[in-house]
Every structure is written in C-alpha cells, then in structure tokens.
Design a protein around this ligand. Structure first.
Ligand code: PMP
Length: 387
C-alpha cells in the first residue's frame, strides 16, 4: 500500500494529483459548491447536451413498449438491435461511403481497430500528439510503430519513403482537430502522400471535428473534400453529438473484418437501443446546424486573437483553445482564478500533455453568447497582464 500512497504524494507535490470533481452541469453552466460557472471544459461543442427542446422532441418518440435501456448482450449475440442498422446506414449514406460500424465509445474504437488490422508485417506512423486511446491501440498491436513529430510532414514523408518496401502495410494515424492543442492536420497533404503508395492506409480520428466542421457537420474530411481517401474515419458521439458511442467509416469488407476480429466490438455488451435512437435523432439534426457551427467558428476566432500569440508555440485554429502556462502549479493557480471569476476551466497537466506545457483547455460551446465571450476575453487579458 505504501508504494501507492507515496506515488499519490509525489503527484500532489508536483501539482499533478487528479480527483473526481463533485459538480453538476446545468446547460451552459456548471454548479460546484453552490457556485454557478460558465462551463468551458466540456466537449459539448454545439451546446446540445442539455437542449430541452431537442430532448422533449426525442422523448415524444419513445414509449415504454419500445424503449430499451439495455441491450443485454453483445452485438454478435442478441444485442444487435435494428437501431444499429438504421444508424450505420444513415452514417454511411451521409459520408457517401460503403459502410459504417458503431462502437460503444471512441476509446473502444481506437483501442480496437489498430490491433485488429495490423500484424508484425505492418508499420504504424502516428503523430506524436494522438489521443491516449490510439496510443493504447498501438500498444496492443503487433506492428512496429514510429511516432513522428507533431504535424511534421517532411519527417512523415521520409519515414514512408524509407519503409515502404519493408512492410506489407503502413498505417498513418492522426487526428483532424487535435484534442489538446486545437490545431489541425493538413488532410490534402496526407492524401497526396497516401496516393503515392498502394500499401499506405489513412486512419483519421475526427472526435473533435464531428458535428463541428463541414457543411453537414461530418468533420474536417468533409470540409476539405477528402472523405473518399480516408480508409478509417473515426468519429465519436460523446462530444458535439451530445450522446455516447463512436463509429468508423470504412469499406464493407473492412467492416466485416472488424466484426470478426475486433475484440472491443466482440467482447462487450452492445449500446442501449435508446442511446442509438438518440444518436440517430441528433445526427439528423446536426446536419442542419450550420448556424451553430458558424457561431462556434466565430467565437473561436475571437478568443484565439485575444490570447498571447506566443502561447508556448501552440497555434490553435479551432474551438479548442489551449492557454499554455508551463508548470502544473501555475496552471492550477490560473484555473482557480478563472473559476473564481465564473469560468469553469480546468488545468490539463502531464501525462495528458507534455511536461512543461500544462495549460487550461478552453473548449468553446456554440451556446456561448457574444457577451459571454467579451467577459471571458476581458478576464483572460487581465490575468495575462498580471502574470
Ligand atoms: N479520440 C479523441 C481524439 C478523444 O479526444 C477522445 C476522448 N476525449 C476519444 C477518442 C475517446 O472517445 P470516447 O470519449 O468516446 O471514448
């Protein structure tokens, strides 16, 4: 027991101890210890999670006979309710793709797809900043993996050229909008690279872009017209889509291959049918939410312009805006100051981000009004000038 306790003490000493917070989200706000704060830490980018009109409309479609809160078994046994088929068909249709496959979460998707599709004759080339769920998938894979420097395409192109003859398949793995830095991949450049090599596959995690980018809200690949070139396009429903679960857009052969080989799909209870129904309901609504997406983009631009341009060398281009503070203790202190001013912002520390880049992750929500953003900017500028 001593070892565990002393490890916790070390974490606390370095300002890196985490605790499960007691709080209650209420729409755009969050209440903690009786104090209400503007919630700028959730991934509810379109502000739909607590939208009463949407929830009421959805609830009217339910009745006790048809409404199910558990699937009671895995998809391959009796859990594959018709709502799965309808959701997957709709996703494939929206993306103009052959197939979609739905999972319980983005963590399931990312930790399961790579181990299933790679072997010891595969090479994974992954961006240095890919999400922990992808890192865990890489860890479970038998493939060799090289992490390339963040968004460094010269290095990536060199690695592909050097290794192309030595591996049966090469998987380039990245995110479209990066979860912690809020910057983006150059998708056309990745597609150009992939097209030069028949053995190269593109794996793109759009967790933070689904719902937010593109005319229909399908993500950055839609926005940039490259959906057809992405072999594994992963999206999640737990962020802008205000639900739970995830999906991959892929070929029908790949879908059937994953159904037969992917352990986090096979060995887990399927999602509750009511959850799948809600996801389908929301996905259909999101297609028409261009106004929310435009507002989110506009407030994102305003907050980015207000922050110190140096910002630890990190340049966000999205609604996720890191405010880099360096050491963890400093990030904790500034987070507390902002909370005191009514903004629920949290410190993001190692190991989630590299040492020395502890930060606040400002995660904007399309429900924020222009005056909310005015107040945020004034407070941030005041804090920046006092540091
Ligand atoms: N991918 C990325 C880029 C993420 O940021 C996250 C969660 N924060 C996930 C995948 C995991 O998705 P989920 O929360 O649905 O497990």
């Amino acid at each position: 027991m001593d070892r565990y306790a002393s490890q916790l003490e070390t974490l606390a000493h370095n300002g890196n101890l985490r605790r499960l917070p007691e709080m209650e989200p209420q729409g755009l706000y969050l209440v903690r210890d009786g104090v209400s704060m503007l919630n700028l830490s959730s991934n509810d980018y379109l502000g739909l999670a607590d939208n009463v009109a949407l929830k009421s409309e959805f609830l009217q479609t339910l009745n006790p006979q048809t409404c199910r809160f558990s699937s009671t078994s895995s998809r391959l046994l009796t859990g594959n309710y018709p709502a799965y088929t309808r959701l997957e068909k709709r996703l494939a249709q929206l993306y103009g793709a052959e197939s979609a496959l739905v999972f319980n979460s983005g963590y399931h998707a990312n930790s399961g797809i790579l181990p299933a599709v790679t072997n010891n004759r595969s090479l994974i080339l992954a961006d240095k900043l890919v999400h922990a769920s992808i890192v865990d998938g890489i860890g479970l894979s038998k493939a060799r993996c090289i992490r390339y420097r963040h968004n460094n395409y010269e290095q990536l192109e060199r690695l592909v050229a050097e290794n192309a003859d030595q591996y049966e398949r090469i998987f380039i793995v990245t995110e479209s909008i990066f979860s912690m830095d809020g910057d983006e991949s150059d998708l056309p450049r990745l597609v150009t690279l992939k097209r030069q090599y028949p053995q190269v596959y593109l794996y793109l995690d759009e967790a933070h872009a689904f719902g937010v980018r593109g005319e229909l809200g399908l993500g950055c690949a839609e926005e940039q017209g490259v959906v057809g070139d992405i072999d594994f396009l992963v999206g999640t429903f737990g962020k802008a889509a205000a639900s739970m679960g995830a999906f991959v857009i892929c070929s029908e052969t790949m879908k059937q291959y994953l159904v037969n080989t992917m352990r986090p799909l096979i060995f887990t209870t399927a999602l509750p049918p009511v959850n799948l129904e809600w996801t389908l309901f929301i996905v259909n609504k999101i297609c028409n939410m261009q106004k929310r997406r435009e507002h989110l983009a506009q407030i994102g631009r305003r907050v980015r312009e207000a922050l110190n341009p140096l910002n630890g060398g990190i340049v966000s281009s999205s609604h996720i805006i890191p405010y880099v503070l360096g050491e963890s203790e400093r990030a904790v202190e500034v987070a507390l100051r902002l909370q005191h001013e009514g903004f629920y912002l949290l410190p993001v520390r190692p190991p989630t981000v590299p040492r020395g880049t502890s930060r606040l992750r400002i995660s904007l929500n399309a429900e924020c009004s222009d005056s909310d953003i005015d107040r945020l900017i004034t407070t941030l500028q005041h804090i920046q000038s006092s540091l």
